[in-house]
Design a protein around this ligand. Structure first.
Ligand code: AMP
Length: 301
C-alpha cells in the first residue's frame, strides 16, 4: 500500500502515520524527520536545510525529491509506505509521479486531514508543553511564530495539491478534528473502500486459511462468492466512508456486475452440460432401439 498523508502542520499526520505503520506493516517516510536527522548528523543536505527549516520555510524541491527517491528504493519500503510531509509543492508532486512511474509503482490514495486552523495553534502549544514535561528537546520550528509561517507556506504551496490529487481522483478527505482513534477508523474505512487494504473480517479469514495459494485457488474457484463479498464490502464502506462515496458506490456496482456475470457464466455452462447429456442419452436410446429391431428381425427369420 502506498499512500500520501496531506495536512497542515499539527493536523496529526505524524500520529496517524505511526498508527498506520503498526496496522499495515508499512514504513513511514517523513521528509521532516529525515531532514532533522540530516541536520543533526551535519551532512551536506543537513547543512543546506538547517537555516530554512529553523525559519519555517521549505527546503528546495530537488533536495527532498532526491531523499525520497533513495528512501523508496530501500528494501523495507518494498511492502509499501506512507509519505508524511511529502510532496509539499506541485513540482514535488509531479516529480513523485515521474519517480513512481519509473519505478513501476502505483499510488493507492492521498488522504487529506482537514483541520480548523485556529485549533492548530493550541495543538502545537499542547504538544510543546507535553514534550517539555517529558524532558524532551523541543523542535526549533515548534514556536507559535514559526508555526504561523509554516501555515502560510502550507496554504500557498501545499494546498494546491488538494486540487492536483482531486483532479486525478486520488484524494480522500477526512475530518482531522475528530478524536485520534476516530480519524484512524475513518482512514481505514476509506482505504478498504478504495481496495487498498482488506476489512478486518476478511483479513482474519485470509490469515486463517492454511496457505496463501490455497486461499487464492479457492477464490478463483468461487468468483461469484468473491464478487458478492466484494459488493457487500464496497457497499458497507460506501455507507461509512466520508469521501469519495461515489467511487465506493462505483466499486460496489462493478462488483455486483461481476457477480451477475459470473452467475450467468455458471448458468450457461450448466445448460450446455445438460444439453450434451441429453444428446448423449438420446443417441444411446436410439442405438438401443435399433439393436432391439435387428434382434427382432433375426428372431422372425
Ligand atoms: P515537518 O516535520 O513535516 O513539519 O517538516 C519540518 C520542516 O522540514 C518543514 O517546515 C520544512 O522546512 C522541511 N520540510 C519537510 N518536508 C519538506 C518537503 N517535502 N519540502 C520542503 N521542505 C520540507
Amino acid at each position: 500500500m502506498r499512500i500520501i498523508l496531506l495536512g497542515p502542520p499539527g493536523s496529526g499526520k505524524g500520529t496517524q502515520a505511526q498508527l498506520m505503520v503498526q496496522r499495515y506493516g508499512i514504513v513511514q517516510l517523513s521528509t521532516g524527520e529525515m531532514l532533522r536527522a540530516a541536520v543533526a548528523a551535519g551532512t551536506p543536505v543537513g547543512l543546506k536545510a538547517k537555516e530554512v527549516m529553523a525559519s519555517g520555510g521549505l527546503v528546495p524541491d530537488d533536495v527532498v525529491v532526491g531523499i525520497i527517491s533513495d528512501r523508496i528504493d530501500q528494501p523495507d519500503a518494498r511492502n509499501g509506505f506512507i509519505l508524511d510531509g511529502f510532496p509539499r509543492t506541485v513540482p514535488q508532486a509531479e516529480a513523485l509521479d515521474a519517480l513512481l512511474k519509473q519505478k513501476h509503482l502505483k499510488l493507492d490514495a492521498v488522504i487529506e486531514l482537514r483541520v480548523n486552523e485556529s485549533a492548530l495553534l493550541s495543538r502545537v502549544e499542547t504538544r510543546v508543553a507535553q514534550m517539555r514535561e517529558r524532558g524532551e528537546e523541543v523542535r526549533a520550528d515548534d514556536t507559535p511564530e514559526v508555526l504561523t509561517k509554516r501555515l502560510a507556506s502550507y496554504r500557498n504551496q501545499t494546498e494546491p495539491l488538494i486540487h492536483y490529487y482531486s483532479e486525478r481522483r486520488k484524494l480522500s478527505t477526512i475530518d482531522g478534528m475528530m478524536a485520534i482513534d476516530e480519524v484512524t477508523g475513518a482512514i481505514h474505512r476509506q482505504l478498504v473502500a478504495l481496495g487498498a487494504t482488506e476489512s478486518k473480517a476478511r483479513a482474519k479469514s485470509t490469515s486463517n486459511s492454511t496457505s496463501k495459494s490455497a486461499s487464492k485457488s479457492a477464490a478463483r474457484a468461487a468468483p461469484a462468492k468473491k464478487g458478492a463479498a466484494k459488493a457487500k464490502m464496497a457497499k458497507k464502506s460506501a455507507k461509512t466512508a466520508k469521501k469519495p462515496a461515489k467511487s465506493a458506490k462505483k466499486a460496489a456496482k462493478k462488483a455486483v456486475k461481476g457477480t451477475k456475470k459470473a452467475a450467468k457464466k455458471t448458468v450457461k455452462k450448466a445448460a450446455k452440460k445438460a444439453a450434451r447429456k441429453s444428446a448423449k442419452k438420446s443417441v444411446k436410446k436410439g442405438a438401443k432401439k435399433a439393436a432391439k429391431k435387428v434382434t427382432k428381425k433375426r428372431a422372425k427369420r
